[in-house]
Design a protein around this ligand. Sequence first.
Ligand code: NAD
Ligand code: MG
Length: 384
Amino acid sequence: MVGSISVLGATGSVGRQTLAVAERLRIPVKAISGNSNLALLEEQARRFRPEFVCVSDENGAKALRTALADTGVRVGGGMHALSDCAAAYADCVVTAVSGSAGLTPTLAAIDAGRRIALANKETLVCAGELVMRRAAERGAEILPVDSEHSAVFQCLEAQGGKRTLKRILLTGSGGPFRGKTPEETRNVAPELAVAHPNWSMGAKISVDSATLMNKGLEFIEAMHLFGVTPDEIRVIIHPESVIHSMVAYSDGCVMAQLGVPDMALPIQYALSYPDRVDSAAAPELDLAALGKLTFFEPELKNAPCLALAMDCARRGGTAAAVMSAANEEAVALFLAGRLCFGAISEIVSAAVAETAAAETISLELLRDADAAARRFVRENCRRY
Ligand code: NAD
Ligand code: MG
């Protein structure tokens, strides 16, 4: 069990659930960060009494500093403070910010040798090679919080490693529009796209689940986390979200991890590892009440974002970073009513075609690729 945590993105869906787990397990919360929801951040600071609170923008930090003046909690603003929040206060940082904003603080935490409970998948999609190499060099543990990756991690742990791994079977619910064609969903409203059948999540990942980009991001996340090739990962649609993922071994055995769909389970395991605490994170799974579990092959022709992500995984270079950054921009435009649902995959695909490069990766190159992809989407969105 970790001795203390800091939580990046404490006001978000994973962040709030992490604080609830910490409270139940009595894990001290040493630092928290948030972006714009200052009222909730203040409430969390008063409840958990961290040493440090980080707000993304300096004006927000100023306002919160005044609001928390009676508490002795220190408040900082900006990217430097976010890296501090990740690296300086606790044994373990839970990276629950959304998007590529997670990369810099994750690198800071790695350099400080912290355990990283990684929810922020975009960090690995954008810079997986660099992040994993640096973590190995600095001896920083990266443990998955994403439910599928936690499942794979637990299957591998049970088996003592991946020596005889044949394939990772990555499950996904198929999202709210499973079975529908791109033509049928082209103009769906944001309210419908964010309504996931099994999971309650932040807006961006909910839209990613509807486009199946989330499964694509997870495909790339799995490659980096577990050091496997694209051919060693297979996506399987499993609408009930009860099997969180599986590992097939070369002798024909398949191991699966099951549970009710509740993020408290993988969050708790990332904090308690290598132990399993004697405190239920979620209600017990009742298989007899469920009756049956179902599985389908993904229809790639109806899931252009998943197909694109699998292609980017094979291309290497800056392709995945460009895809992820373009997707962030496109999803924000969709949520703001400025891009239709069907155009998300089209504009992200165009951004990859126009701006991705095959060069060997450096952090600087990745940051430039991220900026170019975002610019491309902003400049071209009116055409869609
Ligand atoms: P969310 O939108 O609910 O919360 C995001 C948090 O990050 C908020 O606290 C917000 O203030 C902060 N934030 C957003 N942009 C920021 C920026 N530019 N700089 C600093 N802080 C910023 O998102 P979520 O659903 O909690 O997801 C967080 C991450 O976890 C994502 O990467 C997502 O893919 C991953 N994840 C989420 C779930 C889930 O069930 N929600 C499951 C698996 C993985
Ligand atoms: Mg997931």
